[in-house]
Design a protein around this ligand. Structure first.
Ligand code: SR1
Ligand code: MG
Length: 422
């Protein structure tokens, strides 16, 4: 199949076209006519099929040569599937068991056959339903610390690190999407932007006229484009995590690129904060107070676990180019290494807040919105949930250098949330 010209799969053609792929026949059953195939992709870019048969199931994910959300008018290279494949292999090595297992990769057809995660659901959907997953804070904190530390100059040897930097530098178009959609488009009337209107018009105009905000957003963009510190997931939001009560898996790293340490964590926390502000829009089945408290607790846990694990790795695996132990521990100066770590964590904290702020803005003002807000049908109610998220986002971007801790942010979040209620 890989020699053939690229052709998108359909529910009807998948069985016959992949009938000779051993990774599938071995797992699903030899007779492709007996496979059941469903297309379940609800993301912005790709086709995703669940293929099941007598022996089991698998996921077939195929890139399309355009942005699915927009259509063929926005071409997008198939090679994003190559970057996703390579990112998944690295994440699997750096945090074993946290990403789906890959069974097969076909570069020409831009498709990855991987583990069918069941009965997992998308974390974002679970949070909208009000589910409180007990493991995500710990699992996601560990995933972030391990992948970010182990993909960086703190851990990798120079040749492998330089090679990966060059490899992922080829993910130009997806990087370009992030650069525009996250850091620039929300701050002017870009063509594909949309927001809840007219309810948010006044606030949107204020944000787009806010010089301090626009300057800081571009400082953050400069960091994103120039600080190639580690291999990022690149799109680590709650739609990129699949969960059960016992398991969490991170999926979809097609936006992987070398970038700043703080980017993934910032995106992740932003999505929990947006989930927090969206709760009022999902209170039809009773109060969501406990859910709100849970979401802020998850943020605290992710950040705590991230710091603890990053610190553990710093102390036990710091064998890369940076901050060599020859300068510190080997000289009887472990405090020197600790000082360097503290500086680095302080930098990550500050930048993480900024990235979280722009992520909150782009999901409310830009092209790609979040289901937790989008599923609130009443536009007045939706706007009353989005407004405090926009305000907190602005605070994080502009004041990130002066914010001491999560307690301070959560006090502001609670107050903004109260003020937004009619
Ligand atoms: C055009 S793609 C829009 C967004 O969808 C993806 O999930 C990324 O978040 C991207 O920014
Ligand atoms: Mg995705």
């Amino acid at each position: 199949m890989s020699e053939a010209r690229f052709e998108p799969l359909t529910v009807e053609t998948l069985g016959a076209r992949l009938a000779t792929v051993a990774a599938l026949t071995e797992r699903i059953g030899p007779d492709h006519a007996a496979w059941s195939v469903r297309e379940v992709g609800d993301g912005n870019l790709n086709l995703v099929f669940i293929v099941e048969g007598a022996n089991g199931g698998a996921i077939v994910k195929q890139a399309l040569p355009y942005v699915r959300l927009v259509g063929e008018s926005w071409p997008l290279p198939l090679r994003r599937s190559f970057f996703e494949y390579h990112a998944l292999t690295r994440q699997a090595a750096r945090d074993p068991g946290r990403v789906p297992e890959i069974y097969h990769f076909d570069e020409a057809q831009a498709l990855i056959v991987m583990e069918y995660l069941t009965p997992h659901v998308i974390l974002r959907r679970a949070l909208i339903e009000g589910q409180r997953l007990p493991r995500i804070g710990r699992d996601l904190g560990l995933f972030a610390a391990r992948t970010l530390f182990r993909g960086s100059d703190l851990s990798m040897e120079a040749p492998a690190r330089k090679k990966d930097l060059a490899l992922f530098a080829g993910n130009i178009e997806l990087c370009d999407i992030t650069e525009n959609l996250v850091f620039t488009d929300p701050y002017f009337a870009a063509e594909m932007n949309r927001h809840t209107s007219p309810q948010l018009d006044e606030l949107v105009a204020q944000l787009r006229a806010d010089r301090d905000l626009k300057v800081e957003a571009q400082h953050l963009k400069r960091l994103f484009t120039s600080a190639a510190e580690t291999l990022l997931h690149g799109d680590l939001h709650t739609g990129s995590v699949m969960v059960t009560m016992e398991d969490s898996r991170v999926i979809d790293p097609e936006f992987a690129v070398y970038g700043p340490m703080a980017f993934d964590v910032g995106m992740l926390l932003a999505n929990f904060w947006m989930a927090y502000f969206s709760q009022a829009g999902h209170e039809t089945d009773g109060s969501r107070d406990a859910m709100r408290a849970y979401l802020l607790d998850v943020v605290v846990e992710i950040w705590r676990v991230f710091r603890e694990e990053f610190t553990r790795l710093w102390e036990t695996e710091r064998a890369g180019i940076l901050y060599p132990s020859t300068l510190y521990e080997d000289q009887g100066d472990p405090l020197g290494a600790r000082q360097a770590l503290d500086h680095m964590l302080a930098d990550i904290w500050r930048d993480m807040l900024g990235f979280a702020g722009v992520e909150m803005h782009r999901r409310i003002l830009g092209l790609a919105h979040n289901a937790e807000f989008e599923t609130i049908e009443d536009p007045d109610l939706r706007a009353s949930c989005e407004r405090p998220a926009l305000l907190l986002g602005r605070h994080l971007v502009v004041n990130r250098r002066r914010i001491a801790g999560l307690e301070e942010i959560h006090a502001i979040a609670r107050r903004l949330n109260e003020e937004a209620r009619p």
